[in-house]
Design a protein around this ligand. Structure first.
Ligand SMILES: [Zn+2]
Length: 164
């Protein structure tokens, strides 16, 4: 499962870069994203996690249709309720840069620790990309893949959204 392409057609336009970079890849080279590759990006993102209270460090890598990857990490706060998950950090980074067409996200809490997205993050991702793929590691370290819609059936949807 880990070696399967995320979405070849979607990920083939432009060379994938870290957050902050955009545009077509060098030499027009096509890079195909796999769950394992996206998970490797999430591992990089995890290194910046700020989790002095729980010591539960989480990283996320959010892949967009044109091949950009936005990193996110969890950011805790002394007032625990203000803490933010890695997935939402990545989503907010992307949206704040005008990017909303997500195709996949990988989440990791370490090589062996499982960490599927929490309910709040599922709802936030659903706002922009209900059909996106979600990768995470199970308790044995294997990469699991599901469509977001399968993880959040009958998500809340407010009908009168702004049109753009
Ligand atoms: Zn969450």
């Amino acid at each position: 499962m880990s070696a399967r392409a995320v979405r070849p057609a979607a990920a083939s336009r432009g060379r994938a870069r870290r957050a902050g970079a955009a545009g077509p890849g060098r030499n027009g080279r096509v890079r195909r994203w796999t769950g394992a590759r996206l998970m490797a990006e999430a591992e990089i993102a995890r290194k910046t996690a700020y989790a002095p209270y729980s010591r539960f460090h989480v990283g996320a890598a959010l892949l967009t249709r044109n091949g950009r990857v936005f990193h996110g990490c969890n950011v805790e706060n002394a007032s625990f309720g203000l803490s933010a998950c890695a997935e939402r950090t990545a989503v907010w980074k992307a949206v704040s840069e005008g990017v909303r067409d997500f195709v996949a996200i990988a989440v990791t809490a370490g090589e062996a620790g499982g960490a599927s997205p929490c309910g709040s993050c599922r709802q936030v991702m659903h706002e922009f990309a209900p059909r996106m793929l979600v990768y995470w590691r199970d308790g044995s370290g294997r990469i699991v893949r599901r469509r977001l819609g399968a993880l959040l059936e009958r998500a809340f949807d407010f009908k009168r959204k702004e049109s753009k």
